[in-house]
Write a protein that binds this ligand. Sequence first.
Ligand SMILES: Cc1cc2nc3c(=O)[nH]c(=O)nc-3n(C[C@H](O)[C@H](O)[C@H](O)COP(=O)(O)O)c2cc1C
Length: 180
Amino acid sequence: MKKEIPAIYAYKLLNHGPVVLLTSVDKKGNPNVMSLAWITVVNSEPPLVSVAVGDQAYSQKSISDTGEFVINIPSVNNLKNIIYCGTHSFRGADKFNHAGWSKIKSRKIAVPKIKECCANIECRVVKKIRFSDVVLFVAKMLYAEVEKDLWGKCFDANKAGTLHHLGDGFFFKSGKKFKA
Ligand SMILES: Cc1cc2nc3c(=O)[nH]c(=O)nc-3n(C[C@H](O)[C@H](O)[C@H](O)COP(=O)(O)O)c2cc1C
């Protein structure tokens, strides 16, 4: 037996990809970090990803201005700082410093990445589409790196302890992998 849910809540059935930390720089060169759950792969070759960034986020303007961002994959151990970066805006908070994250230089773009995250993907925007109060950025993944002990035939998301957001402040941690 299934229950109808309002279409505006349908996203909660799909919401739970890994929560990431998106880093960007604004026109003045200020680095910033925001938490982001609405992310999806678009293609493998060429490697494309999309992120949905709302008008409330200062990062939206920074990404529009520079056309660049980094996707950093944090672990559940960073939960407190992930919540902080998702509930405070650059407009009033230096989130990089608050969280104590170390910035490392990217290879292909000017946006710094977070050293403490187990994986980082450098991205350049190829298309930008506005829907209501959200901008969907489709971007090419230019350079990716991951901790050596988390990469075998696939990403060891369980060992990495990736975090998944169910909406409304509910999360779960990645589980045991298996081969079908
Ligand atoms: C777990 C979590 C996931 C989030 N996912 C998104 C998202 O996918 N898109 C978005 O626009 N905001 C998302 N947010 C909210 C932004 O992170 C928040 O608006 C942040 O303050 C933006 O920072 P900025 O203004 O410095 O860019 C999320 C927040 C949390 C806590």
